[in-house]
Design a protein around this ligand. Structure first.
Ligand SMILES: Cc1cc2nc3c(=O)[nH]c(=O)nc-3n(C[C@H](O)[C@H](O)[C@H](O)COP(=O)(O)OP(=O)(O)OC[C@H]3O[C@@H](n4cnc5c(N)ncnc54)[C@H](O)[C@@H]3O)c2cc1C
Length: 287
């Protein structure tokens, strides 16, 4: 591993100043569970590392009637265990609970999960289905980017080298909403998703008022299954409609074949996990 200098800023402003000075030669580290292996295997060779662990603002987790604000350095373990997230944002709590092991989850942050931009990132699909926005700070101030526009490719996001993901803003789901996240892994523990699916439904007057379905590990970035969403909206959510949506969700996937599963197996998993997550989301919405 290349030797690097370490900065321990106490505020977002200090982070930004350091990043502005060091530019592309600097990398920020939150939990380090993605970054450290990449430093060790030589994939990244920054001369400067900015440690976010001392920036209290990034660790804030706030829930109110407007919704949820999750600081970028909130850990997967905190998300998994927060009773307010479990109650109103269950898909997000479920995704946090699936990351790595307890040791990993105590370090792994939501910001790291998103900024690392792996197609299989578990916390991305629920946040996409919940229509989260990313709050990004940079030299020109703050900007908000809908999460659906945040990912640009494998390990690529809209973040410039001198920008920092500060928090995620998640609007509160309306009454009679429910969500669910499921993934398939060949091993039960310490494996990454071969496919992950999050579904989020809102019901009104006996029909689906809003449907959001997001998929992981089937394209270069996490993606929404918009045709499936549109097929559900305005309709009663029957088993037949769910089956049709599951079929349509397959169309949003552009999976590859690799050692962890063939493209055909991944398409099959999209169908099965979409059906299961929609069924659970419907039950949670109080059908
Ligand atoms: C054994 C093991 C098991 C794992 N299992 C899973 C799993 O089941 N599911 C899953 O999704 N992931 C898994 N991971 C990957 C990893 O744990 C997660 O992606 C985790 O959420 C990364 O968070 P972190 O804080 O450790 O990120 P870090 O490693 O600190 O950072 C990751 C990247 O994001 C950047 N970054 C971090 N925070 C910010 C910020 N605020 N602004 C700008 N850039 C930032 C860093 O510069 C780096 O490029 C696993 C990793 C290991 C080692």
């Amino acid at each position: 591993m290349r030797r690097f200098e370490l900065a321990l800023p106490r505020s977002v402003d200090d982070c930004l100043k350091t990043l502005a000075k060091r530019g592309a030669d600097a990398k920020v580290v939150a939990g380090g569970t993605d970054l450290l292996p990449q430093l060790k295997n030589g994939l990244l060779r920054p001369a400067f590392v900015v440690d976010l662990s001392g920036v209290v603002l990034l660790r804030r987790l706030g829930v109110n009637r407007q919704g949820l604000r999750v600081g970028a350095a909130v850990t997967a373990r905190e998300i998994e265990l927060d009773p307010r997230i479990q109650k109103d944002y269950p898909a997000l709590a479920e995704s946090g609970a699936l990351v790595g092991s307890i040791q990993i989850r105590n370090l792994a942050t939501v910001g790291g999960n998103l900024c690392n931009a792996a197609p299989s990132a578990d916390m991305a699909p629920p946040l996409l289905a919940l229509e989260a926005e990313a709050v990004i700070a940079g030299p020109q101030g703050k900007r908000r980017v809908p999460l659906v526009d945040f990912f640009q490719g494998v390990r690529r996001t809209v973040l410039a080298p001198d920008e920092l993901l500060v928090e995620l803003v998640v609007p509160a789901p309306k009454a009679r909403s429910g969500g669910n996240y499921l993934r398939h892994t060949p091993r039960r523990e310490l494996d990454i998703a071969v496919v992950g699916v999050a579904s989020q439904l809102t019901l009104s007057n006996g029909v689906c008022a809003k449907a959001r379905i997001a998929l992981a590990a089937v394209a270069p970035t996490p993606v929404r299954a918009t045709a499936a969403e549109q097929a559900l909206e305005g309709q009663p959510v029957t088993p037949e409609q769910i089956e049709r949506a599951a079929e349509l969700a397959v169309g949003a996937a552009q999976p590859i074949s690799d050692q962890r599963g063939s493209a055909e197996f991944r398409r099959h998993l999209v169908r099965v996990l979409t059906r299961r997550t929609l069924t659970t989301a419907l039950a949670r919405a109080g059908h």
